[in-house]
Design a protein around this ligand. Structure first.
Ligand SMILES: NC(=O)c1ccc[n+]([C@@H]2O[C@H](COP(=O)([O-])OP(=O)(O)OC[C@H]3O[C@@H](n4cnc5c(N)ncnc54)[C@H](OP(=O)(O)O)[C@@H]3O)[C@@H](O)[C@H]2O)c1
Length: 268
């Protein structure tokens, strides 16, 4: 009778798929970025939480992740405006030295939306530029830095938050949608250009998610109308988005590459 086969490749520990990996989450102080940072930490990652002005909120996220009984932090905060190339470089420098490790994951969640929801003919050049400066130039700078610096040979992940409005094309979102559509096109090309590195690049495009950005400038009536359009009759929560990012960041998500993953409850 044949000897039982020895299992040389045991089942991996799936409970902490991001153990010993380092993730940078831009815009991690609030909203969707905050939920993503906390979720990636729950999967074992060490976190670099970026913010631009809200240090108190960023500190709260880090405190929530850090284990008070341990002397080694699991999360650090780094201030940087993602639209400034020098600050983006400093962010990645700080991230590398924080955990004495190569970086594995970039999640670019920092973004802005004009709460006046102007039609294109009423959009000021200043507001157009502000939207593109943070959403498009910022994403470009973070992707460029990540493409140069993320670990090669497995585990490298670039995930940019875009928006389902690129598909729903709502009135009043002209500059915002254009700024996010540009990122979606860029990330698809980036995924191909990263051939041979093992780094994947994808976008996660949420529908309406209950954050400060969503509620800014909207009346109760406007919010109600959005909810009525949702097949699941509710707004998305930040926790509806974070697990999708967690999957893309994990080894199990490797085969999803160069894609736009819409997470919107069927909104569009
Ligand atoms: N909420 C939605 O319905 C929705 C839907 C689709 C897509 N999205 C996208 O998802 C992402 C997160 O949105 P959210 O709703 O979580 O927004 P949010 O609650 O307004 O949070 C925005 C985050 O971005 C940071 N930030 C803004 N400008 C920055 C800059 N120049 N440099 C670095 N950080 C900057 C903010 O930092 P501070 O705290 O320091 O200000 C904050 O952490 C955005 O890209 C957004 O376009 C959101």
């Amino acid at each position: 009778m044949a000897e039982p086969t020895t299992i040389s490749n045991p089942i991996p520990n799936l409970s902490l798929p991001l153990q010993d990996r380092v993730a940078v989450v831009t815009g991690g102080s609030r909203g969707i970025g905050r939920a993503i940072a906390i979720h990636l930490a729950s999967l074992g990652a060490n976190l670099v939480i970026n913010y631009t002005s809200n240090s108190a909120q960023a500190d709260l996220v880090a405190t929530q992740i850090n284990d008070t009984s341990s002397t080694t932090p699991r999360a650090v905060t780094v201030q940087a405006d993602i639209s400034d190339p020098t600050q983006v470089k400093s962010l990645f420098d700080a991230a590398e030295s924080a955990f004495h490790s190569p970086l594995h994951i970039l999640v670019n969640s920092a973004g802005v939306l004009d709460p006046k929801y102007p039609s294109i003919l009423n959009t000021t050049i200043e507001d157009f530029d502000k939207t593109f400066t943070v959403n498009t130039r910022g994403a470009f700078l973070c992707c460029k830095e990540a493409a140069n610096r993320l670990k090669r040979g497995g585990g490298g992940r670039i995930i940019c938050l875009t928006s389902s409005t690129v598909a729903s094309l709502r009135l009043g979102f002209g500059a915002y949608v254009a700024s996010k559509a540009a990122v979606e096109a860029m990330v698809k090309i980036l995924a191909k250009e990263l051939k041979g590195t093992g780094i994947t690049a994808n976008c996660v495009a949420p529908g309406p998610i209950a954050t400060e950005m969503f509620f800014a400038g909207k009346t109760e009536e406007m919010v109600k109308m959005v909810v009525e359009e949702c097949p699941l009759s509710r707004l998305g929560q930040t926790e509806d988005v974070a697990p999708v990012v967690g999957f893309l960041a994990s080894d199990a998500g490797e085969w999803v590459n160069g894609q736009i993953v819409r997470v919107n409850g069927g909104y569009v």
